[in-house]
Design a protein around this ligand. Structure first.
Ligand SMILES: [Zn+2]
Length: 306
């Protein structure tokens, strides 16, 4: 595989240094960050989906298929997050090693979702996501044996950082009284976050954006938001705002003004030059956005999203 890749890179007239590094293609920005944290400078990491892209509905282009086939290793998120890439990845797996990181997690730590599937949004439980670092190190070591000690050490360091982050998130959220810790979002991407950090989480759409929210879903949420006087609802960077707007309109028509709590990173990290380019940064930004929305200063209004 490595020899073939070297030939391909040579044909594309790349430098010798680039040719020596294994080419790893990650599906989502969250997974690409994980691979960069574990792989460091030894690997060339590319990401299939750009920041802001919704992985549930993403379809591969012919160019994507070509990029996937030329990679030395493909790392996906798994648990059917990339629903429309499943067939392509299965076929590809016969020729290129493919690792679906979340598929390696202990089943008893996973949440059930719709139609017998498990909820794929595991990365917002930082301690749970830390368990994905070691399998990435193993997969990298399998294509680059010389790098194995470095990958394993970086994976351990990164896992420790995520566990420390887990503690920090817990402390920040504990500053808000339990009855105010309610997170209403566009789709159900935060159930692991809610379980880990004791936040009640309600999504207008289910765990996949593929299923449309009906009028009944919206009305059920309007009831909840009005009767519990929930101060803010949140939009997501990779999901349409339409349902959140309908929810706010519905609540307003019943005399309860709901603030727009801000824009959360859900299934995608932010652009490469921003504070949310890494999962650690995105989680911290989310936590502050959530806190500003659910615990506004007395009499204050939560800030509008950028
Ligand atoms: Zn999602």
């Amino acid at each position: 595989m490595l020899a073939m890749a070297a030939v391909a890179v040579g044909l594309h007239a790349r430098g010798a240094a680039a040719a020596e590094r294994p080419r790893v293609l990650a599906t989502t920005t969250v997974v690409a960050d994980l691979v960069r944290q574990v792989g460091g400078d030894r690997v060339a990491v590319e990401c299939l989906m750009a920041p802001g892209i919704d992985p549930h509905s993403y379809r591969a282009t012919p160019r994507d298929a070509d990029r996937l086939a030329r990679a030395d290793l493909v790392i996906a998120s798994g648990l059917h997050l990339e629903g429309r890439l499943a067939d392509l990845l299965a076929k590809l797996g016969k020729r290129v090693p493919v690792l679906a990181v979340a598929d390696t997690l202990p089943k008893e730590r996973l949440l059930e979702a719709d139609a017998g599937f498990q909820d794929p949004h595991v990365w917002f439980d930082a301690a749970l996501w830390s368990l994905c670092a070691a399998p990435v190190a193993d997969a990298l070591a399998a294509i680059d044996a010389d790098g194995a000690p470095a990958y394993r050490e970086r994976a351990r360091d990164y896992a420790e950082r995520l566990v420390a982050l887990d503690g920090r998130v817990r402390e920040r959220l504990a500053t808000v009284p339990a009855e105010r810790r309610v997170l209403v979002t566009a789709h159900d991407a935060f159930r692991y976050f809610g379980r880990a950090y004791e936040v009640e989480v309600v999504g207008i759409q289910g765990t996949s954006t593929e299923a449309e929210a009906g009028l009944r879903d919206i009305n059920r949420l309007v009831d909840l938001v009005v009767t519990r006087r929930i101060p803010a609802v949140f939009v997501e960077t990779s999901v349409s705002d339409r349902n959140v707007a309908a929810l706010r309109e519905g609540a307003a028509s019943r005399g309860h003004a709901v603030a727009l709590g801000g824009r959360l990173h859900s299934d995608s990290l932010g652009p490469p030059d921003g504070g949310a380019a890494t999962l650690e940064g995105a989680i911290l930004e989310n936590v502050e956005t959530i806190l500003a929305g659910i615990a506004p200063p007395s009499g204050g209004v939560a800030p509008a999203p950028p």
